[in-house]
Design a protein around this ligand. Structure first.
Ligand SMILES: Nc1ncnc2c1ncn2[C@@H]1O[C@H](COP(=O)(O)OP(=O)(O)OP(=O)(O)O)[C@@H](O)[C@H]1O
Ligand SMILES: [Mg+2]
Length: 267
């Protein structure tokens, strides 16, 4: 049932359509929640090793879209292909494999408040059945180094700053070495210096571990800094897809309004 290859051509890409090895292909994704149509036919490609940034109005369905990519939400219709495998309709066991491949940094950070930094980061390893405490400790150390929080093992989340929490959340989402990391607003609420360090971290993961990244953000400075491609989600569909330069050069009024922060009613 899941063995059919993904569609060979991407009808969606309005610009930059080149043949690329796809890590993620989304086709015709629709989702309604309580009679509200959130996603209305999303088509989207993410090439292996690239960073795709998703932008769009608040409440437009960006977080909902990310949750579909890890099987945390089921669509009403459409297809989601991860490395050539359609993840819809997979058994829980097979979905667990997908979740190992795809890490997610939630918008809220979602650390366990009663656990130390070390326990938070080690949690996915325990959950996966890893019992070798030495190996777990080594991996946690490595992750703390990646996110530049060496020696912070024993801190409790309540004693961390917002930026540190984000970085611990990030360490937890990459501890099982996923090939894809989904970031939901990784720099929201952070000062420009901390935001910059998170952006450099996203870039470093791409370079060091060849991670494919999908980043949802409102922070256009970050978007332009990290994106290989940018997709603008509007009224449940990908309204624009292209490079940072293509977005900045676009004369489309809707995109210009969004980039300049103008509301539709012009006030
Ligand atoms: N679990 C849920 N139950 C009910 N409604 C939901 C649920 N999750 C999302 N929604 C609704 O779906 C819509 C899209 O929400 P989503 O969180 O994806 O927006 P978003 O684009 O991520 O917004 P923001 O930029 O503010 O984070 C909203 O109207 C939201 O209320
Ligand atoms: Mg959101």
């Amino acid at each position: 049932m899941i063995e059919a290859p993904p569609p060979a051509v991407a009808p969606v890409q309005k610009t930059s359509a080149t043949r690329r090895k796809l890590m993620i292909a989304v086709r015709g994704l629709t989702k309604a929640i309580e009679a509200q149509k959130i996603l209305r036919g999303v088509d989207l490609d993410v090439a292996t090793g690239e960073t795709l940034v998703i932008i769009g109005r608040s409440g437009g369905g960006k977080s909902v879209l990310l949750k579909h990519l890890v099987g945390l939400m089921q669509p009403d219709d459409g297809e989601i292909w991860i490395e050539g495998e359609n993840i819809l309709g997979l058994s829980e066991r097979k979905l667990a494999d997908i979740r190992r491949k795809v890490g997610i940094l939630f918008q809220s950070g979602a650390l366990f408040d009663s656990m130390t930094v070390e326990e938070n980061i080690a949690f996915p390893l325990h959950e996966a059945g890893e019992r070798d405490t030495e190996a777990i400790r080594k991996r946690v150390d490595e992750m703390l180094e990646v996110v530049e929080l060496e020696g912070q093992h024993d801190k409790m989340p309540v004693n961390l700053s917002g930026g540190m929490k984000k970085r611990v959340g990030l360490a937890r989402s990459i501890v099982r070495r996923p090939s894809v990391v989904l970031y939901d607003e990784p720099t929201a609420g952070l000062d420009p210096v901390v935001s910059d360090s998170i952006n450099r971290l996203i870039r470093r993961l791409q370079e060091r571990f060849h991670v494919t990244s999908v980043v949802v953000t409102h922070d256009m400075k970050s978007a332009f800094h990290i994106a290989d491609h940018i997709a603008y989600l509007h009224e449940g569909q990908i309204y624009f897809y292209g490079t940072s330069v293509e977005l900045q050069q676009s004369t489309d009024p809707l995109l210009q309004d969004f980039l300049l922060g103008r509301s539709e009613c012009g006030v």
